[in-house]
Structures are given as C-alpha cells and as structure tokens.
Ligand binder design. Structure first.
Ligand code: ATP
Length: 238
C-alpha cells in the first residue's frame, strides 16, 4: 500500500522501570478506520499515549505522514494533525461546552475556528443547544460527543479515541459510530480503542489485537470477525 498515514515500528514504552509495550508494529492507512482491541491491561491506553506524545517511547519509531514523532512533545503531535480523545473524556467540567470546544483549538492560528465551532454544533446539535452549560451537566453520551468535538476542533487529520463506548447506552453508541463513519467519509482517519470487540470490528476496516504489550493479531476487521479464535476469545461464540 502507499505510505500509511501512521506507521509505528518496534515501539517500546512503559512507566519508570516497568516496560509495558514490547515492540509494537502498527499501520493505519489514510482515510481508514482502525481499531485496537484486547484485554484489560494489555497496553492499549499506553500505546495511545505514546502515539500522542504524552508518554515517550523508549525505543522505536512513530511516523505520521512521513515525519518522525517519537520523542516529540504532545503539542507537536497535535500540531502535526493527531488529536486524542482520552479515556474517561477528561472534560473541563466547570467550563462551558463552548469553552471546552475552544480548548481543543488552542494551538490554531487560522481563521477557521468560529466556522468549525458551528460545524461541531451541526454535527452534535445537543452541544449547540447547551453550549453555555457547564460540561459537567452533560450525560455520559453527551460528554463523549463533547470530547470528540473538542478533539475535532484542532482540525486533525487523525483522531485517536480511547474507549468509545465505555459506560454508554447501545443507542448512543450506534449514533456515535454513525457520526464517526460520516467524519471518516469526509476524510478523517481514525484509530479507536474499544473494549467491545463486536462494536470495534463492525466500525473499523482494519483491526489490531493486543495482549500483554504486544500486537498478537492484525488484519482486515471483517476477516478477524469471522476468525474462529477471535470469535471464541472475544465474541462469545463457540
Ligand atoms: P484498560 O482496558 O484496562 O484501560 P489497557 O489495555 O488500556 O487496559 P493500559 O492502561 O495501557 O492498558 O495499562 C497497561 C499496563 O500498564 C497495566 O499493567 C497498567 O497497570 C500499567 N499502567 C498503566 N498506567 C500506568 C501508570 N501511570 N503508571 C504505572 N503503570 C501503569
């Protein structure tokens, strides 16, 4: 394939002296939705934080659009076009929804911020209706919408979402997945960590399975969804 938008090779990372990632290789093509699944503690969040620069890789390469980002601070990663929606959403709960969204655009110097704010209100009308309310008053699903919209306000080419569906009702998750597909059709590349493997494999075109700090399976999401070992381990099938 063409040079992937994101290419991670041989990445090791951890916390202090404790290694968590053991030589991760992962590629996401331009315009693709990829998902990362695996058991609790496999290292999915650690990998997302290593991509976004919140955690430094101790070895290996994180290339985005042909540029090396390993060792770059998070502002540089964001400025390069990668935004992260963190696990637990991490909104500024005492700030208005509008101000949370504007925080996502804090590095931008172009004139498109006001128009993008309106675009977010069109994408998630509930955020527009409640733009002056504190983010802490939103339901879980609305908070996830706000966190996604905040990430989009940096005008990224790639959005990382850590735990899309956690704690959300199925109808809300369906709605979020539809919105992500719409954003993807408009050109956004996505890498989604998702604990519900069925949701992940339906949303994504490409999937990576992680276990104890390593990628153990990678491939076309539809193929993995039909793989007996994956079905037995993750999809509750015999
Ligand atoms: P989960 O689905 O439970 O969030 P995960 O796949 O995202 O799991 P990580 O959160 O990346 O996994 O955790 C991987 C390992 O790193 C775990 O053993 C965890 O205890 C450890 N870990 C995570 N964060 C820290 C930290 N801040 N300091 C030390 N160890 C950590």
């Amino acid at each position: 394939m063409d040079e992937p938008l994101l290419r991670i090779s041989g990445v090791h990372a951890g916390y202090g002296d404790v290694p968590v990632l053991w030589g991760i290789d992962l590629e996401v093509a331009r315009g693709e939705i990829a998902c990362l699944v695996g058991s609790n503690g496999a290292g999915k969040t650690t990998l997302m934080r290593t991509i976004s620069g919140l955690l430094a890789a101790t070895r290996g390469s994180v290339r985005f659009d042909g540029r090396e980002l390993a060792g770059a601070p998070p502002e540089q990663t964001l400025a390069s076009g990668i935004a992260q929606v963190p696990e637990g959403r991490r909104l500024f709960s005492a700030m208005s929804i509008r101000d949370n969204l504007l925080m996502g655009a804090y590095l931008r110097t172009d004139t498109g911020v006001a128009a993008d704010l309106e675009r977010m209100y069109a994408l998630f009308p509930i955020l527009g209706e409640r733009r002056h309310q504190h983010a802490g008053t939103l339901s879980g699903g609305e908070q996830q919408m706000c966190a996604i919209a905040r990430g989009l306000m940096s005008a990224p080419r790639m959005l990382l979402i850590d735990e899309l569906s956690l704690g959300l009702a199925p109808a809300i998750v369906d709605q979020l997945c539809d919105t992500l597909r719409e954003l993807n059709r408009a050109g956004l590349t996505l890498l989604v960590v998702e604990q519900d493997v069925a949701i992940a494999l339906e949303l994504a075109q490409r999937a990576f399975v992680m276990d104890t700090g390593r990628i153990t399976r990678a491939g076309d999401a539809g193929t993995l969804a039909n793989d007996p070992a994956i079905r037995e381990a993750y999809l509750g099938a015999l």
